[in-house]
Design a protein around this ligand. Structure first.
Ligand SMILES: [Zn+2]
Length: 199
């Protein structure tokens, strides 16, 4: 007994009794769908790091790690699906997992965008602090630049602020700064800006 690659129905003949496709036609349809789903998945995956630089969440590094895991899982599932389909092995569970994973990068990107876009500048809070150290990593998209400052949140020691290249060059260890934090329209606090503090 095998299953149809298109609709997943059991079948004993070459032509699927449910969708009517032959095994060759079903395989073609399956591959086209996989490519289309992969395109949606990759689009969301490129969008997320980009939006996370426009409206950087305070916990950006944790989010990027989580996002990286989803991306990795998506790639592994796509490769497994492809090779198991080629070998005519059971794929129904993998197919469901993959289908569920496809929209997640786009949903996360949209959430991050709306969280910042719909936020009101009047709600920005300013926290006086000072630069402890700086950290830069040349990266795939635009690199990673962080200012490390003591945290104002009770459960953390340090905040890692995702600054742009200008702010990264403008500030140095020991500089006194105010950090603007917006609450986020969806409740995800994000880093609004960093300003020199004059006393
Ligand atoms: Zn079928």
């Amino acid at each position: 007994m095998t299953r149809c690659l298109d609709c997943g129905s059991e079948r004993n003949t070459d032509q699927c009794p449910v969708c009517g496709l032959t095994s060759a036609a079903a395989e073609l349809v399956f591959r086209r769908r996989l490519i289309r789903q992969m395109a949606v998945f990759l689009a969301g995956s490129l969008l997320f790091p980009y939006i996370s630089q426009i409206y950087p969440p305070l916990d950006i590094d944790a989010m990027l790690v989580f996002f990286g895991l989803i991306f990795f899982l998506g790639l592994v599932l796509a490769i497994l699906l492809e090779s198991r389909a080629r070998a005519r092995k059971e794929i129904e569970i993998l197919r469901h997992l993959f289908t569920g994973l496809i929209p997640i990068p786009l949903i996360l990107s949209a959430a991050l965008f709306l969280n910042g876009k719909l936020d009101s500048p009047s709600k920005v809070m300013y926290h006086p602090t000072a630069v402890v150290s700086r950290y830069q990593m040349k990266g795939v998209i635009r690199g990673t630049r962080r200012l490390l400052v003591p945290s104002w949140r009770p459960d953390r020691r340090l905040e890692r602020l995702a600054v742009d290249p200008d702010d990264f060059d403008r500030f140095h260890d020991g500089d006194k700064i105010n950090v603007g934090v917006a609450p986020g329209a969806l409740g995800i606090p994000w880093f609004y800006g960093v300003y020199r503090r004059s006393e």
